[in-house]
Each structure stands twice: as C-alpha cells, then as structure tokens.
Design a protein around this ligand. Structure first.
Ligand SMILES: *Cc1c(COP(=O)(O)O)cnc(C)c1O
Length: 381
C-alpha cells in the first residue's frame, strides 16, 4: 500500500472514481446528455443574464439563491414557492447534501438497483451505508417489494428513481405512496428525467402536500440541455429545505450559475420543443429495435434499455466499430442507448442492422433478425 493510500479513509481504500468511459467516436449516445446544443436565441438570453452579474463578481453570491429558487418553483408549478425549493451544483450535490443532513456514519440509505450508479458512491462519500434491496427479475418495482424492503432494513433514507436510470420506466404513484407509508425516514424521488415521461403527470410533485418527509429531486442537466452548467434542485417541505442550510458550503452556488439557470428557465418553453423531439427519437428507437425482434422496455426518459443480447459486451464493441458509442451498464444481455438527434438515431439503427446481420450469434435466438417483410409489416402498423 502506498503512503498516500495508507493515509486514506479505510472505506475509500482500493476504490476507483466514477467516470463514464469517453471515446472519440462520431456518434456518442452513452451518457444521457441532451443531444441538442443550447439554441442561439436561448444562448443570447443566458449570456445577457450572466452579463448583468459580471461587474458584481467582487461580491459573494446570494447564498440562499432566492430569486433562482422562486423561478424554479414557478417552473415546477403544483403551488410550490421559493421556500419549497433548494438548488445546488447539479442534483448530485443535492443528493449529497441530503445524505450529509439525514444520513452519515451509523445511518443507512436504501436503494433498488439496478438504478443510478452515483447513489451508492454519494452514500460512500458521506459515510452512509448503502443497502440494495434489488428489483423484480424484469427490473420493475412493486409496492409490495418496496414496503417489505423498508420494513426489513428500516433505513434513514430511501432513494427511488423515476423514470429509473438505466431501465427508463417511470414508477407508479402507488410505489411512492407505499414507500412513504412504510418508511420512518426521508423518501427521495430522483426525477432527473421527469420532463421526458410519456405521461408528464407521473411526477411525485403532486404527492408533496402533507408529506413532510418526501423529497423530489430534479436537474437542468437533461431536459434543459444544461449539464455543463451544473444546476440541480429539489422540492420539499420548507422545514426540510431549511435543514440543508446546515450542511451546504457557504456560497456554494456561484452568481454566474444562478444567473445562467435563470436565463435558461426564462426559455423553458423553447427548450421543451427539443425535449419533444428527443422523445420522438426515443420512441423511434424503441419501435425500430422491437421491429428487429429485440425486447425494449417502455421508456419515460431520454434513453432506452435494449435486451435480447446473448453477449452484451460484444454487441457494445460491434456497435462501436460502426462508429456509435452506447453504454454497457453491466446488466447481463442489455445495453443502454441515449436518444440522439435524427441523424444520430439513423446511424444507431443502421449500426444495429449491420451487427444483427453480420453477427447473429451475439443475439438471443428468439430475437434474431426477422424477415424483412415481417419488419415492414410491423413498421406500417
Ligand atoms: C443524469 C442524472 C442525474 C443528474 O445529475 P446532475 O448532477 O444534476 O447532472 C441525477 N440522477 C439521475 C438518476 C441521473 O441519471
């Protein structure tokens, strides 16, 4: 063990840092980013908002980010106001602050993997035990399983993801309600992809009223195409929000970040049209991969999880050889694909066609490519 490794916290020794493998290929559909750059007119608005802050950068920012929280509350609706909302540098920081305030050494957070891979890492970083209660064989989550797991483990926090990453499907309100009723602790619904849901009403925001331990986290990284700006937020009871001030760094959210976020929020309607286009491309991927005989779960996110792969790692490699980078999330027989723009989707589907044709042995026999006429029939339906 090196001298530095020896000085490191025992629970961090031998661990590797998070990072999606980045490769320089023409079509990158591996990190669930928004495929569209910020449109020119939106960029102009954001620049104007930032510009107004520049001369005042000698001062610390509004540490409570009140104006931004007001804008976020207005965007969310559901009767929420600034005191229901908290913002930070990405929803990852929001989740970290929740763990710092309500988790920590001697406490536990319950999650249901496969789900967002950062949740266990954020738990580890804050010294919170992460307990994985798993899912059904098809990766769905039932109220019964959630209730059983919470009663069995009695966690201080529960993390649910809806729509779930990497499976793509939103949770029924019944699952959230069951979790809240069974838990004595904080119940967090990570809604990073809420704007992409087939049913926009599937959010848990409507359940916040009267549920003081319920938290909904959101991000501007996906729907607002703002991953580089680092803006995440939550909606919850004002008393819970106030407790997060105990653990936030002073002035954690820069004036520039706050201004940029407010500029993008002023263009929310404009940016939603790109979300609608991505949903269209996502549904196109689902429909076309199904027509090729590959099982794909319904998706409420900006990505899909494709199954029916006998050798997922080899399919990942073969698709990469066609110039398209997708994500091997370590689930047997499955790969995750982020929805891209129209041309990127065309490249992806062409890559799958090529691999299905040249390497049928990489796929489950039930999902081997069907005859062209069969595929055509399905597409015409
Ligand atoms: C992408 C993603 C986030 C976003 O994190 P940010 O820190 O806001 O960029 C959060 N949760 C899930 C499940 C995600 O997939």
């Amino acid at each position: 063990m090196s001298e530095i490794e020896h000085l490191l916290r025992e629970d961090l020794r031998g661990q590797t840092a998070y990072g999606a493998p980045q490769l320089d290929v023409p079509v990158q559909l591996n990190t669930n980013e928004n495929a569209y750059p910020i449109p020119e007119d939106v960029a102009a608005v954001v620049a104007e908002f930032i510009g107004r802050e520049l001369r005042g950068l000698n001062r610390y920012p509004d540490r409570d980010a009140l104006a931004l929280r007001g804008d976020l509350a207005a965007y969310l609706g559901h009767g929420l106001t600034a005191d229901n909302v908290w913002a930070a540098n990405g929803s990852n920081e929001i989740l970290q602050q929740l763990l710092q305030a309500f988790g920590g050494p001697g406490r536990a957070v319950l999650g249901f993997m496969p789900s967002y891979s950062m949740h266990p890492l954020l738990a580890r970083g804050t010294g919170t035990a992460f307990v994985d209660a798993g899912r059904e064989a098809d990766y769905t989550l039932t109220p019964g399983h959630v209730r059983w797991a919470i009663e069995a483990h009695d966690p201080d926090l529960v993390f649910l993801v809806s729509p779930n990453n990497p499976t793509g499907t939103a949770l029924d309100a019944a699952v959230v309600e069951a979790a809240y009723e069974a838990a004595r602790g904080i119940v967090v619904i990570d809604e990073a992809y809420a704007e992409f849901a087939r049913d926009r009403a599937s959010t848990a925001l409507g359940l916040l009223e009267g549920r003081k331990r319920l938290v909904v986290t959101r991000t501007m990284s996906k729907a607002f195409a703002f991953a580089g700006a680092r803006v995440g937020y939550l909606a919850a009871d004002p008393e819970l929000v106030e407790k997060l001030l105990l653990v936030r760094l002073p002035y954690h959210l820069s004036s520039i970040t706050q201004a940029a976020a407010r500029g993008a929020l002023a263009c929310a309607t404009r940016l939603q049209s790109e979300v609608d286009e991505l949903k269209h491309q996502r549904d196109r991927i689902v429909k076309n991969l199904r027509a090729k005989g590959l099982p794909v779960a319904d998706s409420d996110a900006n990505f899909v999880l494709v199954g029916g792969l006998r050798d997922a790692a080899a399919v990942w490699r073969a698709v990469l050889d066609e110039g398209v980078l997708i994500r091997d999330v370590g689930l047997p027989g499955r790969l995750r694909i982020t929805a891209g723009n129209e041309e990127e989707t065309a490249s992806l589907l062409a890559a799958f066609d090529t691999v299905l044709e040249r390497r049928p042995e990489l796929f489950d026999s039930a999902s081997e490519q069907r005859s062209a006429s069969e595929q055509q029939q399905e597409q015409n339906q």
